[in-house]
Design a protein around this ligand. Sequence first.
Ligand SMILES: NC(=O)c1ccc[n+]([C@@H]2O[C@H](COP(=O)([O-])OP(=O)(O)OC[C@H]3O[C@@H](n4cnc5c(N)ncnc54)[C@H](OP(=O)(O)O)[C@@H]3O)[C@@H](O)[C@H]2O)c1
Length: 337
Amino acid sequence: MKAYRLDDFTSVDDLHLHDELPPEPQRGEVLVRIHAVSLNFRDIAMVRNQYPVPHAKGLIPTSDGAGEVLAIGEGVDSFKVGDRVMSTFHPRWYAGRRPINLFQYGYGAAIDGWLVEQKVVSQEALVRVPDSLSYEEAATLPCAAVTAWSALNEGAPVRAGGTVLVQGSGGVSIFALQLAKAVGATVIATTSSAQKAERLRELGADAVVNYREEPQWGDRVRALAQDLGVERIVEVGGPGTLAQSLRAVRPGGEIALIGFVSPEGGHINYLDLFMSGATFRHITVGSRESLMDVAQAIDVAGIKPVIDRVFDFADARAAFAHLDSGAHFGKVVIRCA
Ligand SMILES: NC(=O)c1ccc[n+]([C@@H]2O[C@H](COP(=O)([O-])OP(=O)(O)OC[C@H]3O[C@@H](n4cnc5c(N)ncnc54)[C@H](OP(=O)(O)O)[C@@H]3O)[C@@H](O)[C@H]2O)c1
């Protein structure tokens, strides 16, 4: 069985292919033949040694995979051989409040992840794949779609007529755009190029602002939202975008704090924070229940995950490098079988 391991944190060249013995499922466990894995910014942050959560060398990277059940251990009653399943981002967060020890079970950071041909996991750490999704599509859900779902639906859910700002055209932002449009919200997006702006409009964005041409985009976004500001900001930029988000948000609105794709940023003035009138909510992806909810929403609404490119297993390094380039639109996937 082939498995990739990230043996250091300097570049994608630290990703090495190993031959390993296939695992066997024990009581309560399921053996999955992995068909597809998707990459997240987190995987690149780890390669660059910029992931803000403790992470160990030598582990199998990536958190998001989908495949078929090859075998089940004694006592498994949730799945049978042949079922189509996907990973949950947090294998021990089932529902409700976030457990305090979440990061002890981080795939690719604390325990082996999914960039491998076969993997054994607890039956509790899997969710069934909806019939409408291929393995490649399902593999995009566990982190990006759940995070977008949490940003829009945990706390006060975004409703029809609500206004949402999404930043850039990465995995989380495109799912947030699709899910917000599915409930009838107005979506404003920022992006780096005219070509990506056009594709965001095709996906339903009501207005798009190019943040390279207009680095002080906060007031523009506020004006586009009827001069009131947006109700929900899916904040994936972090240090480099928060100051503009504070200008774009509506008093009483919410900034869902998610990411740090834009790491360079100035000092945030306390009074700007205070006067924005916004609520701030920290997101840590979400639970298995949220994955089940977003998978159902995607299935019922007929949403198709946007996949930029699918790489072969042998080309995993190229897939990481492609995500690292920022040229992608949506998700980058590795086909494992
Ligand atoms: N807290 C959580 O639970 C959680 C969960 C998932 C992800 N995250 C974080 O959320 C962020 C996004 O993750 P992802 O996997 O969706 O990333 P991704 O797919 O790699 O998306 C990266 C995209 O961000 C956009 N971008 C870069 N700089 C930007 C800026 N200044 N303003 C607006 N957009 C910018 C670019 O799109 P354009 O070229 O279109 O601008 C780029 O393609 C990462 O920081 C990740 O670590 C956090």
